[in-house]
Write a protein that binds this ligand. Structure first.
Ligand SMILES: *Cc1c(COP(=O)(O)O)cnc(C)c1O
Length: 443
């Protein structure tokens, strides 16, 4: 396992994160346990903010909260000067409950409900990223009823295909998201939005995909969106004050992943924008980006206890942990790759190749295929790295498994930011209708 941030192997031969020995964390909080290296999260936020400051442009860096949306994380994003993207009433509620400043919240999504729009207008959020014509007109109508004028970016599909897993590519033409640039729908949307009295059109948004390792996709998107900005200004007399280039900056899950430095992605974007707009003689808009994975992904580690194992001679050896697809569905969804280590015997040599399985009733419930490990015994601790993004956020109660706790670790201290779910939580929303009560059945 690649050790990054504050992760290291300590003098006792065990994994330590944020100054906390993971064996102590397991004893104190139980397993499975999501461990978040707070210093690394803050470092990533700062890398974005510093890189934009260095560019001299006006900017906002919005943390895409869907990657990991809990109140403590919203607090950190706020403290680090980030804005925040939400895509549902639940994420908006979380951010507001955490006291996140509403004017720095941006609301995304391709199917916002009228109730979500009302909630967001009532909270006075900073911006709606409008996805389609139905939403545009609904938003204008609801804003009119409330006597509000709402700030809007229009999400456009620039037709840039990022080199990434096809399930998570969104910049190509065949996408459920946004107004298409090539077929004129984006142009039509600008025209309509700028004529609606309760819409204040700030500009456009584009998001070309996720887990991107090159700058080319971003520079192509910059060129397309900027050229569009110039056309729109000439033909419609609409000037974009904001261009949002989305998220998707890649991280290192395994050896095969080769992300760039945050500063390299940001520089490619800001240089592209500066060059284009100075040549076009057009006022340089404010630039927004929306990293999610790259803020929290590498800072997360999931700690499991090894339970049973099964050896199929000549085929493979499975070891099973006390979690699985319920806390990390990404292998089942995308065959995502992860690295891991035996965290309580971190200095021992790897002599076995095992497949790590979860405890769910699903053959696809696996976490890692062919992991090199020292011989793992029942009770050992397995740490899977880079689980900070889209793990807790995508966790489920399949098999009525309780979602794990989340702890933030920093300077030798661990703080629970999400409690482990209780059995009470598991049945908390269940209702037995009176006619099915035990007494009713007995009669
Ligand atoms: C998912 C998403 C992001 C964040 O993507 P990451 O790959 O986590 O950086 C940003 N913007 C939009 C519109 C998204 O859908």
């Amino acid at each position: 396992m690649y050790l990054h941030g504050t992760s290291k192997v300590n003098d006792n031969g065990r994994l330590e994160i944020g100054g906390c020995d993971v064996q102590d964390l397991a004893a104190q909080h139980g397993t499975p346990l999501y461990i978040v290296d707070e210093a690394l999260v803050r470092q990533r936020c700062r890398e974005y903010v510093d890189a934009f400051r260095a560019s001299g442009l006006q900017f906002q860096v919005a943390y895409a909260s869907k990657a990991f949306c809990v109140m403590a994380m919203c607090r950190i994003a706020d403290e680090e000067g980030m804005s925040l993207d939400v895509v549902s009433d639940g994420e908006l509620y979380t951010a507001l409950q955490a006291g996140f400043p509403a004017h720095r919240i941006h609301f995304h999504g391709n199917n916002k409900t009228p109730e979500e729009i009302e909630m967001a207008i009532d909270a006075n959020i900073g911006c709606f990223v409008v996805d389609n014509f139905i939403e545009l007109h609904m938003l204008n109508a609801i804003a009119a009823e409330k006597g509000a004028v709402v700030k809007v970016l229009l999400r456009i599909t620039p037709g840039v295909e990022a080199h990434t897993h096809e399930y998570i590519s969104t910049g190509q033409q065949d996408s459920k998201f946004g107004f298409d640039l090539a077929n004129g729908s984006a142009y039509k949307a600008i025209k309509e939005a700028s004529s609606l009295p309760n819409i204040d059109l700030l500009g456009v948004h584009s998001h070309i995909g996720s887990q991107i390792f090159e700058v080319e996709g971003f520079t192509m998107a910059v060129e397309k969106v900027s050229a569009f900005a110039v056309d729109v200004r000439r033909e419609l007399d609409v000037t974009f004050r904001v261009i949002n280039l989305g998220g998707g900056f890649g991280i290192r899950y395994t050896e095969g992943d080769t992300p760039l430095q945050v500063s390299e992605y940001v520089k490619a974007i800001t240089d592209g924008i500066k060059t284009f707009f100075s040549q076009a003689g057009y006022p340089t808009p404010e630039i927004w980006v929306e990293p999610g994975r790259s803020i929290v992904g590498e800072a997360g580690t999931t700690l499991y206890t090894v339970g049973t194992s099964k050896e199929i001679p000549g085929v493979r050896k499975y070891i099973a942990v006390d979690g699985g697809m319920t806390d990390n569905p990404r292998f089942a969804l995308y065959e995502s790759k992860y690295e891991a280590m035996l965290a309580n015997r971190a200095t021992e040599k790897a002599t076995e190749t095992v497949t790590v399985a979860g405890k769910c009733c699903e053959s696809g419930d696996k976490l890692i295929i062919d992991l090199e490990l020292p011989p793992a015994k029942t009770g050992d601790l397995l740490a899977v790295s880079c689980t900070g993004a889209y793990n807790y956020a995508m966790a489920s109660n399949y098999n009525r498994i309780r979602r794990p706790a989340v702890v933030f670790v920093k300077d030798g201290q661990s703080d629970v930011v999400v409690k482990r779910e209780s059995f009470g939580d598991i049945v908390g929303n269940d209702i037995i209708p009176a006619r099915l009560e035990k007494e009713a059945v007995a009669k």
